[in-house]
Design a binder for this molecule. Structure first.
Ligand code: ADP
Ligand code: MG
Length: 456
């Protein structure tokens, strides 16, 4: 027994909300033929989907055999859809590449019935709808009426309590429609059929109850099922539900699923081959990209290592810590960095950055290296016989340079000897021109780079 209690269904969000159902109060007997009539868009399909568990309601309650679906788990819904409900659609929804028999059998595969049993029951269902001699045909070799019969057979093969039909005759001519309605009427003798239709004549002729829907509300019910009648039917329904629950649910066995998938692959061989081909291209592509990227990364890492290892380390006799004026220097001495750290309220701190920079430049914090001892150390370590450490392993070359001026003199046109060192030549030239010592010093300092002589 099925009860809808103030069912509301809204589609969409906030401002674009569609109120498909606005409080539907309805109950169905265990066996009757209910037609739902109403203009397009009034919520008929929505109502059918909610009854069939294909769609969730927004509020209200759907009570199945006395049990509220609010406490239904996903598995409960599955059992309900698989065992209690049969669907018939306007567009048949048959699988085109499978035979009529397989199409009907498929509905049983999901319920865990053995193969021989499946075949027998599918054949029976097809015989019931008058298609006993067309088992091997494919759906596209059949007429609309025949396809709808197959769909009805498929809905019936599970022996459901409820058959839901959404405009089953919508795409059929009058004569075929009548045949289908006759068939449905026959079926409705021992189960509940809820049929949505556009055709009031057919509804009136064949169904036992007509419910009219308008804008998501029930406006008319020709044979309401409510009050004491419902109360009387409830205990029996609960008993039935309990018995069914005890039986436990059946599901498709693993091997059936495997065989079904294999069968599906084999029926569409070309597609399967193409898909596998495309799939392998994808997998190979990804593998290739991964391989190349890993290789390039490794190469970049090795190049970086090599470059850094060949980078020279130069050690001079005198070293100035240039970073001292770039990095801020010693803050305790001048207190200038206090501005960056915690400081007292309303206090003003100086940050004599320029002063510090010049200070470091002109009175640099020099450090002396003892190069004589260091050279002795290197000489010892680079000689495999005297080495005490593995230093030579990390060193590819050592170059020493000495601050020795090259005093080379040449004779000029006037027969005088002048130094060949460009920097000195320029400084003496500058001295002659302006007698400006500072200028000549600066020039000579700049020109040392142009020295003709270089150690190698
Ligand atoms: P009927 O079957 O009576 O023609 P439906 O139940 O299909 O009507 O639709 C009822 C209303 O709900 C319509 O206004 C429709 O636009 C709306 N509707 C149906 N399905 C959806 C959906 N998935 N999303 C948004 N609106 C929907
Ligand atoms: Mg519809």
């Amino acid at each position: 027994m099925l009860q809808l209690k103030n069912i509301v269904k809204d589609y969409g969000q906030d401002d674009q909300k569609v109120h498909a159902l606005q409080g539907v109060e309805l109950a169905f007997r265990d066996s009757e033929f209910v037609s739902i009539l109403g203009p397009s868009g009034c919520g008929k399909t929505t109502l059918l989907n909610i009854i069939g568990g294909l769609d969730a309601y927004t509020s209200g309650d759907l009570v199945i055999n006395g049990r509220s679906t609010k406490e239904y788990k996903a598995s409960d819904w599955d059992t309900y859809r698989n065992h209690s409900i049969g669907f018939v659609f306007q567009s048949y929804n048959l699988i085109p590449h499978q035979t009529v028999l397989s199409n009907v059998e498929l509905a049983l595969t999901l319920s865990g019935v053995s193969k021989a049993d499946r075949r027998r029951r599918a054949t029976e269902a097809l015989e019931k709808v008058g298609l006993g001699d067309q088992l091997k045909k494919k759906p596209n070799q059949m007429s609309g009426g025949q396809m709808q019969r197959v769909a009805i057979a498929r809905a019936l093969v599970n022996d459901p309590d409820i058959l839901l039909a959404d405009e089953p005759t919508g795409a059929l001519d009058t004569e075929t429609s009548v045949q289908i309605m006759e068939l449905l009427k026959e079926i409705a003798k021992d189960r509940l059929i809820i049929m949505v239709t556009h055709n009031p004549d057919l509804a009136e002729r064949y169904s036992t109850r007509i419910v009219r829907l308008l804008d998501g509300r029930i406006v008319d019910d020709s044979a309401p099922f409510a009050g004491s009648e419902v109360e009387k039917a409830l205990p029996k329904a609960r008993e039935k539900a309990e018995a069914e629950r005890k039986k436990g649910k059946k599901s498709m066995s693993f091997f059936t699923a495997l065989a079904l998938s294999f069968n599906n692959l084999m029926t569409k061989r070309a597609r399967t081959i193409l898909t596998s081909f495309a799939g392998s291209i994808g997998i190979i592509g990804i593998a290739l990209i991964l391989a190349v990227s890993t290789g390039v990364n490794a190469y970049i890492a090795s190049v970086q290592r090599d470059t850094l290892s060949s980078y020279p380390i130069s050690i001079r006799k005198e070293e100035t810590d240039l970073s001292s004026f770039l990095g801020g220097g010693d803050s305790t001495e001048t207190g200038d960095n206090a501005a960056l750290g915690p400081h007292e309220n309303d206090a003003v701190y100086s940050n004599p950055m320029l002063f510090r920079m010049f200070n470091t430049l002109f009175a640099p914090d020099r450090k002396e290296n003892n190069l004589t001892a260091f050279k002795a150390f290197l000489d010892r370590e680079m000689n495999p016989e005297t080495a005490k450490t593995a230093l030579s392993q990390y060193v590819s070359a050592i170059q020493y340079s000495y601050a020795m001026p090259m005093n080379v003199y040449v004779r000029n046109r006037d027969g005088q000897y002048v130094t060949c060192d460009l920097s000195k030549a320029f400084s003496s030239a500058a001295g002659q021109v302006g007698g400006n010592d500072a200028l000549s010093n600066m020039m000579s300092a700049n020109l040392t780079a142009l020295n003709l002589w270089q150690e190698i």
